[in-house]
Design a protein around this ligand. Structure first.
Ligand code: BGC
Length: 248
């Protein structure tokens, strides 16, 4: 199958599109449903149904989900309703999207897969860390092209004993009403810390903020290169489809 529906469940929107797996790009428009509040399994299932109906799609679906995901099950829930913990994302969404089979993986891991295959990390054999900046902070770590799944460096304990994502995600920037410049200064501190503990060869920045990279790149100065995701905010959708095609 060369086209699969990829879905990215985020803190503010659930986005889907058909993905051309040969080209590593969207093969048409993208459809977005606001993430229901509260984002319970039933409510998010409704958003998944809406997306499949919009594309009139039945088949294999890949889904990036904002939690630690093992064997299709959510093990954490930082920016999604707590009732997801221990819930099978794959069973819940396969029920909502009748006639389809859903495979789920961590959202940042999905974005990382896409960037390593088709984007900014292509052919990089070193240690690459993709960081998605959105409601939370997600990370995907690759070494010699292999994913080490479910890294959660957005949750390294930061100042005030809070997770780093509470200090420098876009969610935190909006919540704390800090300027972009102050946000970039904070994010740069965070990059330096990650560099100190991981010695990466490349940072790739994904998520909604990747579109604005040119407006804050001058504030980022770790020793290793920092580049924006080439697939921008579509990396999560594309990577989710790649994941489903490989695991099915
Ligand atoms: C979650 C991660 C997720 C990231 C981005 C974090 O709060 O713990 O699993 O990848 O948000 O959505």
């Amino acid at each position: 199958m060369s086209k699969i529906l990829g879905i990215d469940v985020g803190g503010s929107g659930v986005k889907g599109a058909l993905v051309d797996l040969k080209k590593g790009s969207l093969s048409g428009e993208r459809f977005r449903v606001p993430t229901p509040k509260p984002a319970t399994p039933k409510a998010v299932g409704g958003a998944i149904r809406e997306i499949t109906e919009f594309f009139n799609y039945k088949g294999l679906i890949g889904c990036g989900f904002p939690a630690i995901v093992k064997d299709g099950r959510a093990l954490t829930a930082s920016n999604i309703h707590s009732s997801w913990i221990n819930t099978s994302i794959e069973e819940a969404f396969s029920k909502s999207a009748k006639g389809s089979t859903v495979y789920a993986t961590n959202d940042a891991d999905a974005a990382g897969l896409a960037e390593m295959r088709f984007g900014a990390g292509k052919d990089n054999m070193g240690l690459v860390l993709l960081i998605t900046i959105g409601t939370g902070i997600g990370t995907a770590m690759f070494y010699k092209g292999e994913l080490i799944p479910n890294t959660e460096f957005g949750h390294v304990i930061w100042k005030n004993k809070k997770p780093a994502e509470a200090y420098c995600s876009s969610g935190a920037r909006e919540r704390l009403k800090i300027s972009r410049k102050e946000w970039a200064r904070r994010f740069n501190d965070y990059l330096h810390h990650l560099e100190r503990i991981l010695s990466p060869d490349l940072f790739i920045l994904g998520g909604g903020e990747s579109k604005l990279f040119d407006s804050y790149k001058q504030h980022l100065n770790p020793n290793c290169p920092v580049v924006p995701a080439q697939l921008l905010n579509n990396a999560g959708i594309i990577g989710a489809a790649v994941y489903a095609s490989e695991i099915a």
